[in-house]
Design a protein around this ligand. Structure first.
Ligand code: DQA
Length: 150
């Protein structure tokens, strides 16, 4: 249960996981890098693990749709867990969006991007995020959710 500041009422914490391009293919996409589990199966496990947190999920391959969703969620949700996929390394528009909303954003990567090609080492969105979790496989999402629970 999540206690609001004035403790007048209680409500469940509300978090949205937003996945960017090609992450709809989790489970089949480069399994040696991203594993064999689909996001749907992983989400079911996450929701079981955190029954008191409302975990919404959104995925798009389109930059503007990711921004629309972040703007929709970004003034009422308690946290956004964002895996922007390759837009991580290119999108000033996503950085501007993260800076325009009030909900804190945690950047997530399934793989350890710093151990991969050099073009993945730089995150354009990191300066706007609360923090970054990377390299723990799908468990990176769980760790990001836990970062909002403290
Ligand atoms: C990724 C890493 C990015 O470099 C890549 O473009 C992705 C996935 C990850 O979760 O490891 O699509 O964000």
């Amino acid at each position: 249960m999540y206690f609001c500041k004035d403790k007048q009422f209680q409500r469940n914490m509300k978090i949205i996981i937003i996945n960017g391009p090609n992450l709809n293919l989790l489970g089949t996409r480069e399994p040696s890098v991203y594993g064999n589990e689909s996001m749907d199966d992983y989400l079911a496990r996450l929701r079981k693990r955190f029954p008191n947190i409302e975990i919404e999920y959104y995925q798009s391959n389109i930059e503007g749709e990711l921004i629309n969703k972040m703007q929709q969620a970004g003034f009422s949700y308690d946290g956004i867990v964002l895996n922007a996929g390759a837009y991580t390394h290119t999108s000033i528009a996503l950085l501007d969006c993260i800076r325009s909303i009030s909900t804190p954003v945690v950047e997530v990567h399934i793989s350890n991007v710093n151990g991969r090609e050099e073009f993945r080492h730089h995150s354009v969105i990191a300066p706007g995020c609360k923090g970054t979790i990377q390299g723990f496989g799908l468990d990176s999402y769980r760790l990001a959710i836990e970062s909002f629970m403290g």
